[in-house]
Design a protein around this ligand. Structure first.
Ligand SMILES: Cc1cc2nc3c(=O)[nH]c(=O)nc-3n(C[C@H](O)[C@H](O)[C@H](O)COP(=O)(O)OP(=O)(O)OC[C@H]3O[C@@H](n4cnc5c(N)ncnc54)[C@H](O)[C@@H]3O)c2cc1C
Length: 422
């Protein structure tokens, strides 16, 4: 049940908690509506999970992570801690309720519903970024050069062919290439592949961290307030949150709050009603400053669950999934595997000087973000849980939140993303 919004559409001072890609885009869209927006983060903008992702603005992200048959993969995930999908045994009891919902979301009928909702969000993802980037004078931060997915095994190839059917049903273009055709597009590719698929609609940003920081700078240039601080609570009245409380004792007055604290949204927003089953899928990256290969477009691995993306400052190899706990210490051994698997598809890569990173995806068990009003407080909006696609869906989420806060009907039906769906 969504509580009636007492002063919906009239809140003039909005506090956005979290300055990752999602929070920054929410702040910008709210600002475009004439709101006075304060964007709060305990770090500089973009230093959470948005710092190290694989920079893909997906053109194909309509598949939930849990697909039919996922249950059969769970024992393998437990047995092989270095696999592309892994679970740490010691977290299994704590993860069980989330995993239960995750498996429930993999039923064919539910997968179909989830895919529909993701496809609707995806259709608006790029246009929503274009609005913000044009206004910031940085339209070239996102480029559309497609993506290649390589397979190195028959099983990998089969899984991509299966996905292809679903993508084509959503009108998403997929081309099967011969290895030689693929090597003409990317000469650095190994000859030792079982298949390559091309996704021409895929886009990427030339630097994901710079994308967040330049959007945050635009927000400040337009009169927005950026506040550094750790959010520890809220002053809540009849009309919802009246102030956001920081650890240093500061209270920031507001008429509405948007919770966009990524994987930390539950701990930062429990008092706002953020009790949804948010957990984390841990990922890693290596960034090669001098990769020795000039990729024109990102290249993904069907088996390794990672993507190699050419950035303006090197080649990012990012991905893999480890179900664990927020704040868990990095398992750098996973990078050795990432490196080995990347070298299988791009044998000439130079790893010298590579930097490494661990990040926490904010993941919902049904692969759908939470975008909408708090189920328990007026003038409170949630924008978290974007999992594998938080960069892709950052701008469209901001636009939906601004629409909801203004009492306008969003151009994307936000019903599948509502917070009270669990
Ligand atoms: C390896 C990897 C690869 C990925 N690749 C892609 C990709 O190619 N494409 C894609 O679309 N997505 C990708 N993702 C997912 C994407 O990075 C995330 O979904 C996205 O960054 C989430 O953004 P966010 O703004 O919600 O969270 P964050 O970027 O984590 O921002 C949340 C912010 O909230 C702040 N915060 C938290 N608690 C508090 C508090 N109490 N007080 C103040 N501030 C607080 C944090 O400091 C942080 O800055 C990838 C993720 C990983 C790990």
């Amino acid at each position: 049940m969504v509580v009636a919004q007492e002063s919906e559409g009239t809140a003039s001072r909005v506090a956005v908690v979290g300055a990752g890609i999602v929070g920054v885009c929410c702040a910008l869209y709210l600002q475009r509506d004439g709101r006075q927006v304060t964007l709060i983060d305990r770090q500089e903008p973009g230093q959470g999970t948005s710092y190290g992702n694989a920079a893909i603005i997906s053109g194909t992200g309509v598949m939930p992570v849990a697909t039919p048959g996922i249950l059969a993969d769970v024992p393998g995930m437990l047995m092989n801690p270095q696999g592309p999908l892994a679970i740490r045994w010691q977290y299994l009891p704590r993860l069980a309720p989330w995993l239960f919902r995750f498996v429930a979301a993999s039923k064919p009928a539910r997968v179909e519903e989830i895919s529909k909702a993701l496809a609707a969000l995806l259709a608006e993802a790029r246009p929503a970024f274009k609005t913000l980037l044009d206004a910031a004078g940085a339209p070239d931060m996102i480029v559309q050069r497609g993506l290649l997915t390589t397979s190195t095994t028959e099983a990998g190839l089969k899984s991509i062919e299966k996905k292809r059917q679903l993508l084509e049903r959503h009108g998403i273009a997929v081309e099967r290439l011969t290895i030689e055709e693929a090597r003409q597009m990317e000469p650095g590719l190994s000859r030792d592949l079982t298949g390559v698929h091309h996704y021409p609609n895929n886009a990427h940003t030339i630097q994901n961290y710079r994308l967040v920081t330049l959007l945050a700078e635009d927000f400040v240039r337009n009169g927005g307030r950026l506040q550094r601080g750790n959010v520890v609570g809220y002053d809540i009245g009849r009309a919802g949150p009246r102030a956001v409380k920081l650890e240093d004792g500061t209270a920031l007055d507001c008429d509405a709050v948007v919770l966009a604290a990524g994987a930390w949204s539950k701990e930062a927003g429990r008092a706002l009603g953020a009790t949804q089953p948010l957990d984390t899928e841990i990922g890693y990256h290596l960034t090669l400053p001098d990769p020795a290969l000039q990729l024109r477009r990102p290249i993904a691995s069907a088996e390794g669950a990672f993507i190699c993306t050419p950035l303006e400052d090197g080649l990012r190899i990012g991905g893999t999934v480890e179900l664990g706990k927020l704040g868990m210490a990095p398992n750098w051994e996973r990078l050795r595997i990432l490196r080995q698997n990347a070298a299988r598809i791009l044998p000439d890569l130079n790893f010298e000087g590579a930097s490494r990173w661990q990040g926490f995806r904010p993941s919902m068990p049904d692969s759908l973000p939470v975008i909408g009003p708090s189920p328990s407080l007026p003038n409170t909006y949630f924008a978290f849980g974007h999992g594998h696609l938080g960069l892709t869906f950052g701008a469209v989420t901001g636009r939906i939140i601004a629409d909801l806060a203004a009492g306008r009907a969003p151009t994307v039906d936000a019903t599948p993303f509502r917070a009270d769906r669990f």
